[in-house]
Structures are given as C-alpha cells and as structure tokens.
Design a protein around this ligand. Structure first.
Ligand code: ATP
Length: 893
C-alpha cells in the first residue's frame, strides 16, 4: 500500500480496488497475512518501566541509601557481620517491594488489556467484533454513533454520519461526512469529509469505511505529543497521606536526632547510636505506604473484574466507598434488556401479542399487516450467519414478532427497499425510515416514544382507510399499558410522491398517520431488588434515570424497590428542564425516578446532587452521557451496550451491565478502603511503639532496648507479609449496614490518630517495664524485649483485623493468609532466637522456657488492650439504623 496515497481523492470503488478488498470485507486468512505485514494497529506508548528499572527504584529512597552507606562504614570499621546483615535486610526489603510493585503493575496491565477497544468489521462477508489492534488495511469497518474510530478510514457508506474530530483538528463542532470523491490533494484534514480518522468520534448516524492505514501510519500516529500516556493520578488517600507523611518524617527525624544526641551524652558508642537512629528512621517512616495503597487498590481492581466491574481509573476503587447516590439507567441495568412484545393496539382494539403471534399473514387485517411491515422495515437489526439476531433489544423484539407473523425483514426489504433514514436518537426518541412503496410512491415509517408520535399524528389508520378522528381512548390505553410496566411505542406512516429533499426530523416526522401502538416488556433483573435493598441499608440512595415513559418507569421502580412510598417522587425531563438549578437542588434529594430524560439532562442531576454534598455514581451508555459520566464522582459505563465514548468517560465499566454489580463494587470498595486504613493503623501504631520504647528508655534509666539490626529485622518481618495479608481481609459483616464514608474524611478521623499515639505508648511503656523487670531478674532481657515486640505485633495485627468486631466473633480462621503469615513470622523469629548462627548476627540469646513464657504473656497484653477498646467502641456507637426492607413485590407483576 503506497503510504502517500491521497485516499480522499479516490472514489470508494477505487479505494476498495487499490486495497484489494470489497464490500464483503477481507477473508480471515487475508487479514491474518496482512497483520503480519503491517503490524498491530497500535500507537507506540511511552516506554514502559522495565523490571530492572523497577528493581533499581527500590534503592532510590534517601533513607535506604543512608542505610547502605552505614552498612559500608560498618564493614570498614571492622564489623563485617553487621554490615552484611544490614545489606541482606536492605536487599530482602527491596525484593519484597519489587514483587509487590510488579504484581500491581501486572494487575494494572491486565485491566488495561481488558479495556482494549473492539471494532466491528466485515470479515468473510459477516460482521464480527475484533480487537481494534488487529485491524489491517483493507478491513471494512462498521461505524455507529458513540464509537471511537479505530483506524484511518475512507468512508464507503454513510447515513447522516457526523464526527467529532476535536482530538485531531481541535475543531469541536461535529463534521458531517459523505462518501464522494474529493479533488484537492492538499485539503486540510478537517475538510477531508470522506475520511474518518483514528481517535475521532462518531457523534451521530452510522456508516462504514475501509481501513487505509493503521497504528503509527495513521494521522494520529504522526502527532507524537498525543502518544504520551496519562500520568497515573494519585488517589485522594495518597494525596492526603503525602501531606501527612512529610510531617511525620520530619517528626521522626527530630526524634531520631534526640535519641542520637541523648545516646552520645550517656556515653554510648557513636557508631551504634548513628546506626540505631538511622534504623529507627527507616523502620518508622512509612515510606512504603503510598506503594501499599497502589498495590492494594490494583489487586482490589483485579478482584473486581471477577465480579464484572472493570476499573479504568484506580482511585475509583478507593472512592467507591463514599458513594451516597447511585443514579442508574433503567433499561438493561435494572432490567434484563430482553424485550418481548406483549400487547398491540390496532384498529381500536388492544390485543395480547400471543393472540397474534404466528397468525398466517393472510389472516391479519390491513392495519395490523401495515404495523408488522413497519416493524420489520423501520428496524436496524441484523441477522448474522449463525441465525442470531444482533441489534437493539427493542428492535429485536419487533423484528421477532414480525418474522413470526410472516413478515420476514429480508423479504420485506426486497419488496420495499430502504431509500433513506433518520436514525434513532434518545433526544428525539424517534426513528424514521423511507422505502419505495406501491404505485411508485415513497412511504416513511416513524416509530418512537408514544407521546412524541401522538403529538405528530393527524390521522389514524382503520380497516376503512385513514380517518382524521383520533379515538379519545388512545391516551388512556397507552397510559394503562405504561402503568403495567410496558414500554409503549407508537408507529406512524406517511406517503410521499417522491423522497423529500428536506430530510430533517422537523420536516418529515410530522403529519403522521398512526398505525398502532406496541407494548414491550423488559422484565426487571431478579438481583436488582436485592441490590436496591442493600443500597438502602448501606445509606445509599438508588435513583432511576430513564428515557422511558414515567408510568413505565414508576412501575419498574416499584418492582425493584427504588420507590417504596408516595413521598418519593417522579420527575419528567420536561419538568426538569423548566426548573432553574437552585429550585431543582431544593427537590433533588426527594426524587427517585427521572423519566423521559434526555441524556444531556443527566449532567444537571449530577451537578445538583453534588451541590447538595452527595457523592454520585452515575451510569450511562450513549455518546451524550459522556459529560455526566465525567462529572460524576464515579462514572459507570455499560460493558455490553455502552459506546466507546461512554467507556472512555467513565471510571468503571460494568461488564454485565448489571445494577447489582455496582453495589458489589461499592461493597468491595468499602472493604478495600477499610483494609488500607487497617494496615496504616497497624503499621503506624507498632512503629510508634518501637519509637516510644527507644525514645523513652533513657527516661526510665534503661539502656537501648533494641539494637539497630533488630529494629530493621522487625520492620522487614512484620510490615511485609502480615501487613499485606491484612489488606486481603474479608469485608466486615456490617460493611453494607453503615453509612458511606465521608469523602473528605481524614486518615486519622474516628480517633485513629489518638489510637496510634495511645496504643503506641501502651506498647512502648509496657515493653520498657518488661525490660526493667527482666534486667533486674537477670534474664536475657534484650532478646526477650526484641521477641516480645515481634510477637506483640502479631497479636496486635490479629486484634486490628476489625475496627469494632471482636476477633472471637469474627472467627480466628477467617483470614487464613494472615494466619499463615503470622506463623511464618513466629517461626523466623524463633530461628533468630534459637539458631546459634543467627544469634551471632542479631546478638540474641536462646530463651529458656520461663523467659519465652514471660515474653509470650507480654505480647498478648496489647491484643487484649485493643479488644477492650473495641468493646467500648461497640457500646458507645449504636449500630447504623437499618431501614426496613421494602415489601417484596413479585418481579413480574
Ligand atoms: P434507559 O434510559 O432506561 O436506559 P433507554 O436508554 O432505553 O432507557 P432511550 O434509548 O433513550 O431509553 O429510549 C427512550 C425512548 O425512545 C423509549 O422509551 C422508547 O419509547 C423510544 N425508543 C427506544 N428505542 C427505540 C427505537 N429503536 N426506535 C424508536 N424508538 C425507540
């Protein structure tokens, strides 16, 4: 393929010929061969961090460098064992850090692979979905509204297609495209109206185009600056922690300096004091915490995929726990999006679809026959080679009834070929197609939201022909159908002498003759009812936002439990439009159902809720949902029915389009956040304990309780494996029975700061008293203190598994990996105490049974202290009032 070809100057046929392809697309074989020649359709990304870079990064920390220097000095001044031991610990620490970071990166890369865009192409003459990265020149790509163009294309078919090319040209007004050949080879990109470029967006209509270039050969590929990856954003917790971490580090430096100076004044050797101060700083400064947060979130995100929630932005995992409102679409999210036609109204008669289904075409009346014709023609579904029907579920239902009644789409289209169309969009809530009709005339069929069709209706079709008198019962019938939970569509038609020149909606979707009404049922999802109930008990308000009729919406909302009493109201898009923002904000917290809402109005709802201090998760699937998804605290896109644009604007994608998945994700988010806080609390409290002990020892007239190597060992052992296992803690039993966490809640809210200082002090002072006693009793005091601190940390971590619940009610075995980690720590510590080779390195002495028993006794002190604190907490805080579960309403009536 000549790279310099001016594709816009070729006709579509010439393009197809040049690229050795056709309207039938490439064969799979040919596509495979071309992929080998042209490479994958990917833009080169910023260089990834290699594992080696990641490993080296572990040694970049200032304190670690100081420690390495100290180790080298130790070697030089004749302490090779200490030197080697410190280096070994530093290396072990780095290995653990590297493994964790590598796992996090892998988890993120896997998520990214899953979110990779797909494209619909014609291969072997059938439309199939392939990864956009596997497109090759010559592929015929189908485009529809909401898609991001997957490669550079020469358009070969267009139906009112419009593109937003801002990503490429900076021009944000959508451009109307066509397929005609252009003649100026040097036209700027924005004027090449028969081309569609990678990264631009289809905002309206549909079409198809043949791939002319892929990957770095595309126009987007030539704009190098756009290829840089987004920098990973810091999560709110990391941001808050960054501020606190700096202050904490400064405080620890001061404390370590005091310890160093105090030691010197007491005549301790300079080098020992220097090493002690540095080791303490290394151990106490939680420099690994931001990384632990990322790792926990990344691993949490990986777990969420198994529950069908694909996270696109990591901070979402953390912020999910703060959600107070879930604004959800109805169709497909709260319902199954499996529509069937239940009722049909024609010729002044309402009939159950069952009565009509399968009736021979000769037996149906003229009006019903026209309705079935309209159902099959004004319809965009496609039947693939395997016989399955692809398309919008509303249309699939209409198609199915028409087929079963003998009005097969393929045959009808042969008889009445489509001449033009106005595609469906959620704002108009209408769709119109034009067809060649009998006697050389043209017919247009318009279908859509019943009241919109009725507004444009002037006549009605009857067995006797068209009459201008519209039966008064029509509105009541449609209201009743909607109140039964049906989606009601109106079908209108208009005969034209020829295809009108003005194909604008205002020009042609008017002066209609009503053919009839069709009621479709989309049953609520079984699990939605349960999920809504969980939301309520978790202090989250579920809200339905739908394009459907208010009566349909209200019925479904009642069935799933979103509306339980009269105080919760329904608002229509029209009323919403009329209300000024402030007046709307007054009411927004009372509304549970928004019906006949245009996607753009979702933004107003999010804004109002956010102004009322709510934290909003909002679902969306279409192009016009993107602004609301971006603005929402958590934008949630639909994995199955969602457009590329909505997915790119969101922070989470529901792989199963299911409302219940959002609720599961919120639960998981709360669990993960809780666990990060638990890890922080554990790590900071225990570090505070060690700092207190070393700092206060001189005030008790005691020598240094720990040696530098012992401090480093403890830090390595206790924070790594058990700490990580703590972040895998299962959700607390009340996790969805308490109000959402305030998004601005600090890390040290709920007395966490006080806890850390106080319990740190309990650990520090009890250890010093223990040291004083064992020194006076002539026991192996230093090994005892060292071991008591290690075992004490293990006891503390067990108690800190829950903020409120007692370990005894939680069950000691409910976090087995933590138990495993604790066992490992205990064994390693015993090795340090009892193996002669390690005794030499760590300056330990094997403990007698009596000494070990005393040590064990001390280490459980902190465990019981924390358990007692939880008893007080449980007494002080009554549990969150759980609202009554709504009366269970049968889902299907
Ligand atoms: P939700 O907002 O709950 O997801 P939805 O996305 O299905 O609902 P829209 O797609 O905006 O809502 O549809 C709004 C209205 O447009 C529907 O209630 C229906 O009356 C009408 N409608 C839906 N699909 C079509 C279609 N293919 N052709 C014509 N009219 C349609």
């Amino acid at each position: 393929m000549p790279a310099s070809t001016q594709w816009h100057c070729l006709s579509s046929e010439e393009t197809l010929r040049e690229l050795k392809t056709s309207q039938k697309g490439l064969t799979s074989d040919e596509a495979r061969k071309r992929l080998a020649v042209y490479g994958r359709n990917e833009l080169e990304e910023k260089k990834k961090r290699t594992p080696l870079m990641m490993a080296l990064d572990q040694f970049k920390d200032f304190l670690v460098i100081v420690l390495i220097i100290a180790a080298v000095i130790a070697g030089v001044v004749g302490k090779p064992t200490a030197s080697l031991a410190i280096l070994a610990i530093v290396i072990l620490n780095a290995i653990i850090g590297f493994i964790q970071e590598y796992r996090a990166e892998e988890a993120m890369a896997a998520l990214k692979r899953m979110a990779a865009p797909l494209a619909t192409v014609v291969r072997d003459n059938v439309p199939v979905q392939v990864k956009a990265a596997e497109l090759v020149p010559g592929d015929l790509v189908l485009l529809e509204a909401g898609q991001v163009v997957p490669a550079d294309l020469r358009l070969v078919e267009t139906a009112n297609i419009q593109m937003d090319e801002a990503a490429l040209t900076g021009e944000s007004v959508p451009v109307e495209k066509h397929t005609k050949k252009l003649h100026d080879a040097h036209l700027p990109l924005g004027d090449r109206k028969n081309m569609a470029y990678l990264g631009t967006v289809v905002t309206y209509g549909r079409g198809s185009g043949v791939v002319v270039s892929t990957g770095m050969d595309t126009e987007m590929g030539t704009i190098a600056t756009l290829l840089q990856e987004e920098e990973a954003a810091k999560t709110p917790l990391q941001q808050r922690f960054a501020v606190f971490g700096k202050r904490l580090a400064a405080a620890i430096f001061v404390i370590c300096a005091i310890i160093f100076i105090a030691g010197l004044m007491r005549g301790e050797p300079v080098f020992l004091m220097l090493l002690t101060a540095i080791s303490l700083a290394v151990a106490a400064i939680p420099e690994a915490l931001p990384a632990v947060i990322t790792i926990t979130l990344a691993i949490g995100a990986k777990k969420l995929v198994k529950q069908n929630a694909l996270i696109r932005r990591l901070p979402a995992v953390e912020t999910l726990g703060s959600v107070t409102y879930i604004c959800s679409d109805k169709t497909g999210t709260l319902t199954l999006n499996k529509m069937t036609v239940e009722e049909v109204y024609v010729d002044g008669r309402l009939a159950a679809a069952e009565e009509l289904r399968g009736a021979p075409s000769s037996a149906v009346g003229v009006s019903f026959a026209t309705l079935l014709t309209a159902m099959s023609l004004s319809n965009d579904v496609k039947a693939d080679a395997g016989g399955s029907v692809i398309g919008d579920p509303t249309e699939v239902a209409l198609f199915t009834l028409a087929e079963e009644s003998g009005f097969a789409k393929a045959e009808m289209e042969k008889k009445y070929p489509r001449l033009a169309e106005l595609p469906f969009d959620s704002d108009r809530k209408l769709m119109t197609t034009f067809h060649a009709w009998n006697d050389g005339k043209v017919v247009s069929f318009t279908k859509g939201a019943v009241e919109v069709v009725l507004e444009q209706t002037e006549r009605i079709l009857t067995p006797q022909g068209e009459t201008p008198s519209i039966p008064s019962e029509l509105l009541c019938v449609s209201e009743q159908m909607a109140a039964d939970g049906l989606r009601v569509l109106g079908f209108g038609m208009r005969i034209w002498d020829s295809l009108p020149d003005d194909l604008s909606p205002a020009g042609v979707e008017t002066g209609l003759t009503l053919i009839g009404l069709v009621g479709l049922m989309d049953p609520p999802r079984q699990e939605a009812q349960e999920a809504v109930a969980i939301c309520r008990s978790a202090g989250i308000t579920p809200v339905m936002i739908t394009g459907d009729h208010p009566a349909t919406a209200l019925t479904i909302a009642k069935r799933v439990g979103i509306v339980t009493d009269g105080a919760e109201t329904v608002m229509t898009g029209r009323d919403l439009e009329k209300l000024p923002q402030e007046a709307f904000e007054e009411r927004v917290e009372h509304i549970r159902v928004y019906a006949r809402v245009a996607p753009e109005q979702k933004l107003k709802i999010v804004r109002a809720l956010q102004d009322r201090g709510q934290f909003v998760a909002m679902t969306g699937d279409g192009v016009n949902d993107a602004p609301a998804l971006k603005r929402a605290n958590i934008g949630v896109a639909m994995g199955i029915t969602g457009t590329d644009v909505s997915k790119e604007a969101s922070s989470m994608i529901l792989l199963d389009d299911n409302f219940a998945t959002i609720v599961k994700a919120v639960k998981e988010g709360r669990r993960i956040y809780d666990n990060i806080l638990k890890f922080m609390k554990y790590s900071l409290t225990c570090n505070a304990g060690t700092v207190w002990a070393v700092f206060l020892a001189p005030f008790f007239g005691l020598p240094l309780p720990l040696l530098p190597l012992q401090i480093l060992w403890m830090n390595l052992l206790c924070d790594s494996l058990p700490g990580l296992a703590l972040t895998g803690e299962p959700a607390e039993s009340n996790v969805m029975r308490r109000p959402p966490r305030r998004p601005d809640e600090g890390v040290f809210a709920q007395n966490r700061g006080l806890f850390i200082i106080l319990f740190g002090l309990v650990i520090g002072v009890s250890v010093l008293l223990f040291q004083a006693y064992s020194m006076s009793a002539g026991l192996a005091w230093q090994t005892m203190v060292f071991t008591a601190l290690v075992l004490g940390r293990m006891a503390a971590i067990l108690a800190m598994r829950s903020e409120n619940e007692s370990l005894f009610t939680m069950g000691a075995f409910s976090n087995r990996s933590l138990l495993g980690a604790i066992l490992l720590v205990v064994l390693l510590q015993m090795a340090v105490v009892y193996l002669p080779f390690l005794n030499g390195i760590f300056d330990t002495t094997p403990l007698t049974f009596h000494e070990l028993a005393l040590t064990l006794a001390l280490s459980v002190v902190v465990f019981f202290a924390i358990e007692v604190e939880k008893v007080f907490k449980r007494r002080a805080r009554p549990s969150f009032p759980v609202p009554d579960r709504p009366q269970s309403v049968p889902l299907n009536k």
